[in-house]
Design a protein around this ligand. Structure first.
Ligand code: ADP
Ligand code: GN1
Ligand code: MG
Length: 370
C-alpha cells in the first residue's frame, strides 16, 4: 500500500529539522505519484507555519538519493539566480528542509524515502485554469523556468526515470504490454490499442529529430502539468514551479506540450464523457503567448515551429502511458476507481483527435506569436 496514516506522518516529521508544535496534518494536492501532506506548526507566540512533507514514490523513482541530489543542486542554482534578480527565493523556488541527520531525505524503517519542503505561501495550484490569463501566467513561468536553467550544467543531472519521454521506446513498451496482456484486458480495449498502433510515426517523430541532431536537448522540467505550478492568490501571477523530480535533459516542445495537454483540455483529465473533451484554442493561444514570452528568445525557429507537434505527441504519449498502465494492472499512476487509467487514456486520445482536427489553427497561433 502507498497510503501512510497521519500517525505515521507525525512520527516521520520528528526526524526533520522542524520547530514548534505540530497542530495539524492533512493530505495535500492532486498529484498522481508521491504521497503529499501539509503540516502546520505552532511556534509559541510567533504564529503558525506550514510545511510540505512527501513520501517519495520508490516504484516510480528507484534512485531517490540521486533524485534528491538533482533537486538540491537545481534548487540551489535557482535560489542564487532568483536572489540576484531581486526576487524572493523562499517563495519562487522549492526549498528543501533537511532531516536531523543532515541528509535532504529521511529513510523510515520500511525503507521508504521522505522529504520536506517549505510551503509556498499565498499561492495555489490548479488542475484547470480559471481564465486564459491564469494559463498565460503558467506558460510564462514554465518558460522562464526553462530559460533560467538554460546555463545549468546538464551533464551533472541524473536521469531519474530512464527514457521518461522517449516516446518511441514508450511505444515499444506499450506493444509489449499488449503482447503480454497480464490482466487479460486486451480484448476489451481493441479500439484504443488500434488508436495507438496507427500513430507509430508520431511516437518516433521527435526521437528521429534528436537522432539527426535537428533539435537541441535542453534542461527541462518534463512534468509541466498545470498543477505543478503555483499562482499568487492575489495577483494571479506565476510564483513557483514545483514537482522537480523529473528535471533533466529533455525537449522544449514536450514541456510546452504537457502543459497544453493538462491545461487546455475543456474537461478534467479523467472525464468519462468524451463529448466534453476538446482542446480550447483560446487557452492554447494564451499559453503559447506566455511560454514564448518566458523562453521564446532561447528557442530555435524549428523548436518554435514544432510546438503544436509537442502538444499533440505529449498528449498521445500520456494516453499511451495510461493505457499501458491499465493493461499492466494499474501499477504506476494512483487510481481511485477500477477503470480510472482506461478513462484517462480515452480522454487523452479524444484530445489528440481534437488537436488533429484543429491542426491548422494551432499552427497559425504559434506562427503569429513567434
Ligand atoms: P506529485 O509528484 O505526486 O505530483 P507534487 O510534488 O506535484 O507531487 O505535489 C502535489 C501537489 O502539492 C502540487 O500539485 C502542489 O499543489 C502541492 N505542493 C507541492 N509542493 C508544494 C510546496 N512546496 N508548497 C505548496 N504546495 C506544494
Ligand atoms: C504524473 O506527478 P504528477 O501528477 O505531476 C506523471 C506525469 C504525467 C501525469 C499525468 C513522474 O504527474 O508524467 O503526465 O501524471 N509524472 C510522472 O497526469 O510520471
Ligand atoms: Mg505533481
Amino acid at each position: 500500500m502507498r497510503e501512510a496514516t497521519n500517525k505515521k506522518v507525525i512520527a516521520i516529521a520528528k526526524n526533520f529539522e522542524l520547530q514548534g508544535d505540530l497542530v495539524q496534518v492533512n493530505r495535500w494536492g492532486n498529484g498522481h505519484i508521491n504521497d503529499t501532506f501539509i503540516l502546520i506548526y505552532q511556534i509559541g507566540k510567533m504564529g503558525r507555519i506550514k510545511i510540505i512533507l512527501q513520501k517519495m514514490n520508490k516504484n516510480v523513482f528507484p534512485k531517490p538519493v540521486e533524485l534528491m541530489e538533482n533537486i538540491m543542486n537545481v534548487t540551489d542554482f535557482l535560489y542564487k539566480k532568483i536572489e540576484d534578480a531581486g526576487g524572493d527565493p523562499l517563495r519562487e523556488t522549492l526549498n528543501v528542509i533537511p532531516a536531523k541527520n543532515g541528509e535532504p531525505y529521511y529513510i523510515d524503517e520500511e525503507g521508504e524515502y521522505w522529504r520536506a519542503y517549505t510551503y509556498i505561501t499565498d499561492a495555489r495550484s490548479f488542475d484547470t485554469p480559471e481564465s486564459a490569463s491564469d494559463f498565460y501566467e503558467s506558460g510564462y513561468l514554465f518558460g522562464k523556468f526553462q530559460s533560467m536553467l538554460s546555463d545549468y550544467p546538464a551533464e551533472t543531472l541524473y536521469e531519474t526515470i530512464e527514457k521518461f519521454h522517449d516516446t518511441r521506446d514508450r511505444f515499444a513498451r506499450f506493444k509489449k504490454a499488449v503482447e503480454e496482456d497480464v490482466m487479460g484486458r486486451v480484448a476489451e480495449v481493441q479500439d484504443e490499442i488500434q488508436f495507438v498502433l496507427e500513430r507509430e510515426a508520431d511516437a518516433c517523430f521527435f526521437m528521429e529529430l534528436i537522432d539527426k541532431k535537428e533539435i537541441p536537448i535542453r534542461v527541462t522540467h518534463n512534468d509541466t502539468k498545470l498543477n505543478n505550478i503555483m499562482l499568487d492568490n492575489i495577483t494571479r501571477k506565476g510564483v513557483c514551479v514545483v514537482d522537480l523530480d523529473t528535471v533533466m535533459p529533455g525537449l522544449a516542445a514536450y514541456d510546452f506540450g504537457d502543459s497544453i495537454r493538462s491545461g487546455a483540455n475543456t474537461a478534467a483529465e479523467d472525464e468519462k464523457n468524451l463529448k466534453k473533451v476538446s482542446c480550447d484554442m483560446k487557452l492554447f493561444k494564451a499559453y503559447t503567448k506566455g511560454f514564448l514570452a518566458g523562453c521564446g528568445a532561447d528557442l530555435t525557429e524549428k523548436e518554435i515551429d514544432l510546438l503544436p507537434m509537442g502538444a499533440k505527441i505529449m498528449t498521445f504519449e500520456c494516453g499511451m502511458r495510461f493505457l499501458t498502465d491499465y493493461l499492466q494492472g494499474d501499477v504506476y499512476f494512483k487510481t481511485s476507481r477500477l477503470e480510472h487509467n482506461l478513462d484517462r487514456a480515452r480522454n487523452q486520445f479524444k484530445l489528440v483527435s481534437d488537436m488533429e482536427d484543429k491542426w491548422e489553427t494551432m499552427q497559425e497561433i504559434v506562427a503569429k506569436y513567434k
